[in-house]
Write a new protein. Structure first.
Length: 106
């Protein structure tokens, strides 16, 4: 492993990303240096915030914490939260999702 000095006794902690052609689009990191602070670092994603009251099926599934397929199954059986369809576009209103959860149907 090579260590690059950036000056005055400081070491670079830059990470370089490489695409492995044998593994398709999978990325693997190849850090040029490792520090004790790099070990055990966990990435936490923030929950998605919804600005519009009208949610796509994917957003509604995330809001209810069920799979997108579960929502599709509920729609096909006439169960689940109320939704609106305009042509092929399906949308759920946040108030309908909340009412569905309050009913305890999920």
């Amino acid at each position: 492993m090579s260590v690059a000095r950036t000056g005055a006794g400081q070491f670079s902690t830059e990470r370089r990303w490489h695409i492995n052609p044998l593994q398709g689009d999978n990325l693997r990191s190849s850090p040029s240096t490792r520090t004790p602070a790099d070990e055990g670092v966990t990435t936490v994603t923030e929950p998605t915030t919804f600005s519009s009251p009208w949610l796509t099926p994917a957003d509604a599934a995330a809001y209810l914490r069920v799979s997108n397929g579960t929502l599709a199954n509920w729609r096909s059986r006439g169960e689940g939260p109320r939704y609106r369809a305009v042509g092929r576009v399906v949308r759920y209103h946040r108030d309908d999702l909340d009412a569905f959860m309050v009913e305890g149907a999920a």
